[in-house]
Write a protein that binds this ligand. Sequence first.
Ligand SMILES: Nc1ncnc2c1ncn2[C@@H]1O[C@H](COP(=O)(O)OP(=O)(O)OP(=O)(O)O)[C@@H](O)[C@H]1O
Ligand SMILES: [Mg+2]
Length: 167
Amino acid sequence: MALREEAASSSAKGAPGATSASKRVELQLPSQLGYEKVAMNTAANLARLMGFSKERIEDLKTAVAEACINAIEHGNKLDGSLNVGVILSAGPGSLEVKATDSGEGLPGAGGVVTGAPDIDRKMHEQEAARGMGMFLIQSMVDEVEWESSPPAGSYARMVIHLRQATA
Ligand SMILES: Nc1ncnc2c1ncn2[C@@H]1O[C@H](COP(=O)(O)OP(=O)(O)OP(=O)(O)O)[C@@H](O)[C@H]1O
Ligand SMILES: [Mg+2]
């Protein structure tokens, strides 16, 4: 696993998000279950530096872990020769996380999760037990998109805002 951090500029206090420039942290994860935790904890540490609340950090951790598990499992099909890329970009008011894989992306049109999973039906085996990840991701972050097979691979892109819009 390689870890690279690019800081376009640094503030006096050194906290990401304190300046208008965005700061980037990149991870390359083996396509093996368990490594999603490396991305999850890195994202949480970065979000902490940026001043996100504990609650939002927990949301972010769930979303990042689910996106990485999907990239490992569905995108790269647990192929040990392929890596999952995780690019974290800390901007002045938001954190963007891109989880990339070498697969073809979502089947069909993909993109937006419409129906919420029915937990009761899942528990009574009237609905497939799986199929929670994308719904969770969509519920936890402010923006999400899934891109299939661009030249650099497929990815899930998530953005979480430091200040949530008030309704
Ligand atoms: N990175 C990806 N590449 C290819 N297909 C994907 C990717 N992420 C998700 N999918 C497809 O979308 C489906 C739904 O994903 P989702 O995470 O919601 O559920 P799941 O992974 O099947 O189960 P769970 O996340 O509950 O363990 C997957 O079954 C898979 O077909
Ligand atoms: Mg999943």
